[in-house]
Design a protein around this ligand. Sequence first.
Ligand code: PEP
Ligand code: MG
Length: 858
Amino acid sequence: MQHDPENTEIPEIPEITVITPTAKLATQTHGGRAKCLQRLVRLDLPVPQTVALSFDEVHAIAAGEMPDLQALLAPFGEDALLCVRPSSEDPDWGGPGAVLNIGINDARYVDLCEQLGREAATSIYLRFVQAYAIHVARLDPDMFDHILPDGPDALSEALRAYEDETEEAFPQDPAVQLSEVLRSMARAWEGTTARLLRQAKGAPADAGLGLVVQEMAHGLGLGECGSGVIQLVNSKTGAPQITGRYLSQSQGRDALLDRSASMYLETDDRGPSLQAQSPELFEQLLEHTRLMRRRLREEMQAEFTVENGRVHILDGVRVARTARAAVRIAVSLAEDGIIPREEALTRIDPRSMNELLHRQVAPDAARDTLATGIAASPGAATGRIVFSADEAQASAARGEACVLVRRETSPEDIRGMHAAAAVLTERGGMTSHAAVIARGIGLPCVVGASDIKFHIREKRLVAPDGRELQAGDMVTIDGSNGEVLWGEPLMLEAAQDDAFRQLMTWADAVRDIGVRANADTPADAQTAKNFAAEGIGLCRTEHMFFEADRLTVMREMIFADTSPDRAAALERLLPMQRADFIELFRIMQGLPVCIRLFDPPLHEFLPSDRAGHRELAEALDLPLSDVTRRVEALSEYNPMLGMRGVRLGITVPEIYDMQARAIFEATIEASEEGDPVVPEIMIPLVSAKREVELVKTRVDAVAAAVRNEKGQDFDYRLGVMVETPRAALKAGEIAPHTAFLSFGTNDLTQMTYGLSRDDAGRFMSAYVQQGVFPEDPFHDLDTEGVGELLEIGAKRGRDARPDLVLSICGEHGGSPESIAFSRAAGFNYVSCSPFRVPVARLAAAQFAVLETVGVRKI
Ligand code: PEP
Ligand code: MG
């Protein structure tokens, strides 16, 4: 359980602790189960006598030092049978399975036959012999296969089988049985496999195990006997629903294992129920579970036993839940006044919001994994493989879902990506083209799947295990964990219900850093608005030029030999750009919109193969050789470090002039019809103050011209994108010329590491596995190195201009770590892809809550 205020002090720990309301027990020393049982005892719930062994004690047991067994057995009655269960600090870290019915032997068996009847006594003894043989004596579970559990000689056969295998009689002394069970459970926890498994779930290497020894309440015997589990909500949705099963004459969690024999709890059309059969028992259980919810401040699952008509609560665990259910549970606990709203906010892992925002492969679906790449954009989708953007569009036109498979994507593939249900690429990393676009439009995407052999021309893929996939084969892309799956597993739909919206409203009320979205198209902007982004922090304008009609004009502009020819082509692009901006301004209804001037190298707009060159020659009415020569002349060795961004703006200034004019004209038009617009214009890839001065002079001139022509005034803010290390270092010089600095952490990471964002996927996993990088720095902001540059840039910029607005607009913007970093560094807002906006809003709220309220006091 979370935030246990009683766990702040670590008490002195006795060897053996009887769980009483005042016993010194803590989750950190005895584990969550022991602590929870103490809380149930404090609530006066009917919990059988229980003793807790601390982590230290269990560690000593594993090393061969047994506690005083007589002292351990003393709190229990003479004839009691016992069970032992694991109690790790976090129940998710697992632990050895429970062992029931310790203490049964031939003599007690005879007594139990009298007390409970032969059938019940036999079942109790048989269960223990089998558990002991498998978990303690480590015998092969198959050895009992030939024994019919309900057969008349089952018990004697099992005891004989045990003796045959071990060449020893089955131990009869309860103290010996108990010490052997304790030893085997303690050792199982220390084994390598168990350690690796729990470390994979986030447990520290030295995580401890506590054990609880509890008196058995027999679910077998005379009168109404049985066992079951109950919870008050549906684990998938979090909606109120009395859920669980009860099985007469059973122990442990048998009711869940044998669902055909067990009954429902609440009256149910599907079959018999405990409510109908024993209404008082049902009411008692309900009351106990409701009390647990209220006082433990959590939705709990109770494990119970009915013994001759009396209810015992054996255990309480936090209800297992999907992300969707977690939100609903937290919200309803807060709405019922059980926890404060602030605590509800801290109970949700912001990253788990992805499960609510996108379709997912159902958690219990069978997965046939073909390969794993980089999980570049969350969510999952199934479709038939296509190998080109054209085929993706054709497939969408036929109404068939498809998965677009490319070596890597380029701007020419954008329309195909929009048409596809998911994207898979061989190359690329977290900030490669495919990844950025896919996240922007909420498309599941796996990149850098280089374990698969991509034969794009032959239209086939070969998975690492040799399986071959062809165009038309059905695959599923799980962009949440990077897996490529064969076929069509069961899916879980996205669900943004009322609880989600409520939680988000609470988050916004406490959040103290802004969240904007990176949005390039009206559709992106609408998504951003729907997710309550507070504006657009980055509109990458180049993405607007890839529509077929614009691409041709763009190419004409690129091929123009003289400035007037170029201006003529841009003149045709102007109304299109103006219309783009008017639509963005309209959608954002007066919220800030930050438009980045043209950034990529021009050759990205030209076709790369011969057929494309020929088509272009035809369209532009030029000889093929002219086209080929021109394309070659534009190609660069390192285009990402070449003529792009502001460098293009300075050498071909007509492009920025046209964009500035389109922005200002759109500002006037949109402001006439709706809320006043104050556009933000951002200059990419700056590395020197003079670049800013030059662009600013021209943009100011365009503004003056538009004001004059239209007879209308307007404001605008000019800013600089800091994505070269030099811009960060020289922020003090740049800041006086700019209203804001927005850190483009994609390029800044690339340039700080000298690591290509498009090629890093090839060796990133080897680097992370060998601990060179703790994580992919394109995925998790490198707060040390790149972060230092951000801090230097922010400080020098603010020193020079105290009202400077600071933000992050790289792909890191939405991640909780970068939000924590940005808050601490005094940034005004983060900007991230639209679908990450809710994640960012929640994460930002959590940091604010933890800072102001503090986790302990919640
Ligand atoms: C960046 O470099 O961080 C950025 C946001 O720009 P782009 O990804 O378009 O290069
Ligand atoms: Mg960039």
